[in-house]
Write a new protein. Sequence first.
Length: 32
Amino acid sequence: MYVCMYVCMYVCVLCILIYFFSILNLLNFVYI
């Protein structure tokens, strides 16, 4: 049970990071 919660949290953080970096890349693309 704890392992599932930990994996879910890790995936959640990973998704947020990927989303954040994709937005930064889009902004860079727009400004350049």
